[in-house]
Design a protein around this ligand. Structure first.
Ligand code: 3HC
Length: 302
């Protein structure tokens, strides 16, 4: 095909920077698909939590995959874990890696600081990718001397369950780099789609304004959160309604995305900030992770 690479040329060793929800998921799936993974974060404490969450997720996947074979399930879990090396040492983690996937905080200055360091420490052949959901890949790449070996790999939460991978190219991304990224995505068992470096790529460009429009509907008092969610699940076949999804993604993340786009494109009405969302975030209602968002997740109330 237009994009096929010889086996010798394929991405085998990867480094994931960031052991949060996305980074852990990416490390997990890469490990279960035969890649050697190094996972980097800033403290042993965080890394321990990441490994714990990977273990829990692997157990869920294994339980289903090997329903009638406990030993095979255990082996699946142990094999995958043995392919993930957690470390706080960035230089060591990238010294012979084929691909670095960045999944850290959505802050341009912090990403720039990281990529400057990576650009110094990583070998020539290493490809860099960002898992950013809303920042321009081209802007992140600016601080490196390898824009031809730079792209976006945008995964979806929960990474082990969601089949899609958006593969983003910037104008400088070489054809060789791009085809390696596409092949890596397929090797991870994902369905890849090709995206340009536009706000939100494909999924978030549609999904985020949709969640914001639902919030505006709630703000106007047109319907309850529960009914809007039921309507979209039962009337449009979505697995989660817009509010369940927003709580799942995190309301701070949703707000960060929409407010950032509004700053860059003030004339676009789809990107208008949503006061209700801003108030909830200011009140510490961040969704599932804080125990409350549009819905309540505190154990006592369940
Ligand atoms: N790890 C492993 N397995 C998991 C998992 C995880 N983290 N989360 C869910 N699963 C699996 C489990 O196998 C579970 O079965 P189990 O009960 O035996 O453990 C199975 O999923 C079903 O899960 P549930 O019964 O709990 O719930 P659902 O049937 O609703 O499925 C879902 C869960 C797959 C998350 C589904 O609700 C869904 O597809 N929701 C939409 C998610 C979505 O839209 N994600 C994209 C968000 S946008 C994004 O990520 C971009 C970012 O940039 C903002």
């Amino acid at each position: 095909s237009r994009f096929s690479t010889s086996a010798a040329n394929m991405i085998k060793k990867i480094t994931v920077i960031g052991g949060g929800l996305m980074g852990s998921g990416i490390a997990q799936v890469a490990a279960t698909t035969g890649h050697k993974v190094t996972m980097v974060d800033t403290s042993e404490d965080i890394l321990q939590k990441s490994v714990k969450s990977i273990q829990a997720s692997l157990a869920r996947v294994g339980k289903k995959k090997f329903a009638n074979d406990e030993a095979a399930g255990k082996k699946f879990l142990e094999d995958a874990l043995s392919h993930i090396k957690p470390t706080v040492n960035i230089k060591e983690a990238v010294k012979d890696t084929d691909l670095v996937i960045e999944a850290i905080v959505e802050n341009m200055d912090v990403k720039h600081k990281l990529f400057r360091e990576l650009d110094q420490a990583a070998p020539q052949h290493t490809i860099f990718a960002s898992n950013t959901s809303s920042l321009p890949i081209g802007k992140i790449a600016e601080v490196t001397s390898r824009k031809d070996r730079f792209g976006g790999l945008h995964f979806f939460n929960p990474v082990p369950m969601m089949k899609l991978l958006e593969v983003i190219r910037i104008p400088e991304t070489s054809d060789e780099t791009y085809k390696k990224l596409l092949e890596f995505g397929k090797a991870m068992g994902k369905h890849t789609v090709e995206c340009k470096d536009t706000p939100g790529f494909i999924v978030n460009r549609l999904l985020v304004p949709y969640m914001m429009e639902a919030t505006r509907m709630l703000e106007r008092g047109d319907a309850s959160a529960q009914d809007i969610d039921s309507a979209m699940k039962l009337g449009a076949g979505y697995p989660m309604g817009p509010f369940e999804l927003a709580d799942y993604v995190g309301l701070d993340t949703c707000m960060f995305i929409i407010d950032g786009w509004h700053k860059d494109y003030p004339e676009n009405p789809l990107f208008k900030p949503v006061p209700l969302l801003q108030k909830m975030v200011a009140d510490g209602k961040l969704g599932r992770k804080s125990g409350e968002g549009f819905f309540n997740y505190k154990k006592s109330s369940m």
